[in-house]
Ligand binder design. Structure first.
Ligand code: GLU
Length: 508
């Protein structure tokens, strides 16, 4: 019987979620929805040293902002609750002990100081210490000590860990849905700690395998950085006798820097002025980092951009709604090689989404920005202005720079424009134009444009000269949207007042 698809996003709350993490969550979500399965959020917080307050709330809010909905998780609950590993701590010891019992794991009593000494000793010989088959029988482990001694040490309160007994020389054959078959020889691997008595907590490896099994996860879709752990995970499934039901694995390609080599990091973002986090983050120490949301990106644009960083639809289509992504997504179309992040493309996506928003929607977003500039305006007029300008904006906030002159008269005039267009001849023509506009019966753009056009042509004036001088008076600069739209929107009185003011202040 086909198993119901169940995937999980399993972040550790060690800081703000990187956009690579959001992509992992997104691909899991798309895969779950596409197959009519479940998307589970599990918080992997067993590393108490790396726990950062606020990180879990940040993760939840990031997914909510992106429109990634959770079926089972820390807030939603579900049949396998709790979904926070720190609340499942009593589950794990039993499994660690079962592995000791079956000979797949052992107790180790080495203190951190003893391990440090060993490391230094090895280093002084130019070697690297690795806790593995070559040393485990000589060290303070249950493989060397008698069972009485092990028992006595535990009862005495000595600290211990349980380590996985990695086979000495075995080829582990694995399969990855993106990379195909992968084989690793265990001689390169060490005996990872699975459980620590010091804090009565499992490590990532044990908790992750036990929970994926108990939560009936069918597909593990995660970042490439976990590929080196895959042999251990395979062997853990085998040691538990769960190989038959172990999940399929897919390791996603890294997100690469915009230029050069390496992983996309926060430093790249700081240097080049783009966020690497979905939301703004303030660390417990008070440091803040930029977020896509606060920088003015639409969540749909961010999600669309992320979806294409590693996956391709096999066509030229670039704009996808979440529903389209769900129906088109497949792991077969996820690439093996790193996906290069392009900040310009991220802005391009935002501009695309901005121009496809309705004028009414953009107006609602723009009104608060107008209020910040102490402008009170009729929303119907703002809607018209937004419609005229949205093709030129990348972010909603750009609309102010593109449209302020609809709301305020210019107080300064662009020096270059003045030099080029503000001379005697044009000034005289502008006075004529003022009289024509004052007398116009119909002050709409559609009526004004042909009228002024005919006047210029019939007098054989230069269109560029007159119109640029006029524009300078109206907006203080030589570029902007259609001038007669501006006249109509600001109205006749304001149009004439702006011409008068320019004539006054520029013509001394
Ligand atoms: N807790 C791990 C992380 O922070 C999860 C890795 C996995 O998905 O297995 O990325």
């Amino acid at each position: 019987m086909e198993r119901r698809v169940r995937v999980r996003f399993a972040p550790s709350p060690t800081g703000p979620l990187h956009m690579g993490g959001v992509r992992t969550a997104l691909y899991n979500y798309l895969f779950a929805r596409k197959h009519g399965g479940d998307f589970i959020l599990r918080i992997e917080d067993t590393d108490s040293h790396r726990f950062v307050p606020g990180a879990e709330a940040y993760i939840l809010e990031s997914l909510r902002w992106c429109g990634i909905t959770i079926d089972e998780g820390v807030v939603e609950g579900g049949p396998h609750a709790p979904y926070r590993q720190s609340e499942r701590r009593e589950i794990y010891l039993k499994y660690a002990l079962a592995l000791v019992e079956s000979g797949h794991a052992y107790y180790a009593f080495d203190t951190p100081a003893e391990l440090d000494t060993l490391r230094t000793e090895y280093e002084s010989r130019g070697e690297t210490f690795s806790y593995n088959h070559s040393v485990r029988e000589q060290l303070n482990t249950s493989l060397r000590l008698s069972s009485e001694e092990v028992k006595a040490r535990i009862e005495n309160g000595d600290q211990w860990v349980i380590r996985f007994k990695m086979p000495a020389n075995e080829e582990v054959h694995m399969h990855d849905l993106i990379r195909g078959d992968v084989t690793v020889n265990t001689s390169t691997l060490d005996d990872k700690v699975l459980y620590k008595s010091a804090d009565s907590l499992p490590t990532y490896h044990l908790a992750n395998i036990v929970d994926d099994h108990l939560m009936e996860i069918t597909h593990v879709i995660r970042g490439e950085e976990w590929l080196p752990s895959l042999p251990l995970h395979y062997l853990l499934y085998r040691a538990f006798g769960w190989s038959d039901s172990q999940p399929a694995f897919a390791h996603l390609p890294l997100l690469l820097k915009p230029t050069g080599k390496g992983k996309l990091s926060k430093r790249d973002g700081d240097k080049m002025g783009f966020p690497v986090f979905p939301l703004q983050w303030t660390s417990p120490e008070g440091e803040t980092a930029h977020g896509y949301r606060e920088d003015g990106y639409f969540p749909e644009a961010f999600v669309n951009m992320l979806a294409l960083l590693g996956w391709n639809p096999g066509t030229d289509q670039e704009i996808f709604s979440m529903d389209e992504l769900i129906s088109l997504f497949s792991l077969e179309r996820v690439g093996k090689s790193g996906a290069r992040f392009n900040p310009e493309k991220a802005r391009w996506f935002n501009a695309q989404y901005l121009r496809h928003k309705s004028d009414a929607e953009l107006t609602a977003l723009f009104m608060p920005i107008l209020a910040e500039h102490e402008v009170t305006a009729d929303p119907n007029i703002v809607e018209r202005i937004v419609g005229l300008l949205k093709e030129r904006a990348t972010f909603v906030r750009d609309l102010w720079d593109l449209s302020w002159f609809f709301f305020k008269a210019p107080t300064e005039y662009d020096a270059k424009g003045v030099k080029k267009f503000w001379h005697e001849e044009n000034i005289a023509k502008l006075r004529e134009l003022r009289a024509i506009l004052a007398a116009a019966t119909d002050f709409t753009a559609t009526a004004l444009e042909p009228m002024v056009h005919d006047w210029i042509v019939s007098h054989e004036y230069s269109m560029g000269q007159v119109m640029n001088a006029f524009r300078l008076a109206m907006v203080g600069q030589s570029s902007g949207p259609a001038i007669f739209e501006i006249c109509e929107i600001v109205g006749r009185d304001e149009t004439l007042a702006r011409i008068d003011r320019a004539l006054d202040s520029l013509t001394q």
